[in-house]
Design a protein around this ligand. Structure first.
Ligand SMILES: [Ca+2]
Length: 276
């Protein structure tokens, strides 16, 4: 079930066998209006929430609350932020996977798992800025974890939890908005090498909800549309050289290299030296 962009001020309960998929955590928000949990899984199996910003749960709830013997729950690619309780809670013998989320600035723990038959697999997330713990396991619960980045969790990054071998700590170097990563972030290319990489994300996925995508270099020749889309007849090959310009404010016509040479056509059917 896909959900369009926008902010939804409501509390959502996800049934069994349903994937609730937002249009991206920077575009689709579930705001609980401080009236309980934003997203609830209650006694269900095989269900998912992904691609949302999930915020403003009350202290009695959680951003994502998973309870009453849930199993096969997936929480992925969300921003889970500014909740008055935990970011994500699992309890009552529930289990689930928490992957590629940015869990930030919640009052409770980033991920809280409670009870001896409750467990969570927590991988490839950024868990930053909680007022209590990053990951907290209580009353015999288990949190398996690896490839997460922890930062600025006030009491401690981990409570009742053993850190996975590839755990990172340090500032995630967020951009000014939307918890985007900057080029200085240690979360870049730090995910499990076996995790699939979003398109344009390089050789290895980044931690958190949003991959930093490298912009491809685009070179446009001649009038837009005509030359770049339809006006390519007779051009067999273009070679491009780039030179640095000392003063970026000068007119484009002033930056043409004066020492360049005209090309000499050598394509079949052309006459060498006749190119203009
Ligand atoms: Ca990457």
């Amino acid at each position: 079930m896909g959900v369009d962009t926008g902010t939804y001020t409501e509390r959502v309960t996800v049934p069994s066998h349903v994937r609730l998929v937002g249009s991206g955590a920077n575009a689709t928000t579930i705001d609980a209006e401080a009236a309980g949990s934003a997203v609830t899984f209650d006694g269900v199996i095989d269900a998912e929430v992904s691609g949302f910003k999930i915020s403003n749960a009350s202290s009695a709830g959680a951003g994502v609350e998973i309870k009453d013997a849930c199993s096969g729950i997936t929480v992925a690619r969300n921003i889970i932020a500014a909740n008055a309780g935990p970011g994500i809670s699992l309890a009552g013998g529930s289990s689930g996977a928490v992957s590629f989320n940015t869990v930030a600035d919640n009052t409770g723990a980033g991920v809280l798992v409670d009870g001896s038959s409750s467990w969570a697999e927590v991988r490839n997330n950024i868990i930053s800025g909680q007022d209590t713990y990053g990951l907290q396991a209580t009353n015999g619960a288990l949190i398996r974890n690896d490839y997460n980045l922890f930062s600025d969790n006030t009491l401690s990054n981990l409570s009742g939890v053993t850190a996975g071998e590839h755990t990172l700590t340090g500032s995630p170097a967020f951009a000014a908005a939307n918890y985007y990563l900057t080029a200085a972030s240690p979360a870049l290319d730090a995910a499990d090498p076996l995790a699939s990489v979003p398109t344009g994300g390089g050789l290895r996925a980044d931690l958190g909800y949003k991959e930093l995508i490298a912009s491809p270099l685009t070179l446009v020749f001649g009038p837009q549309i005509d030359s770049t889309v339809t006006g390519n007849s007779g051009v067999a090959k273009v070679e491009v050289g780039t030179i640095p310009v000392t003063d970026a404010t000068q007119a484009v016509t002033e930056t043409i290299p004066r020492a360049g040479r005209r090309s000499r056509g050598t394509t079949a059917g052309s006459t060498p030296g006749s190119s203009r």
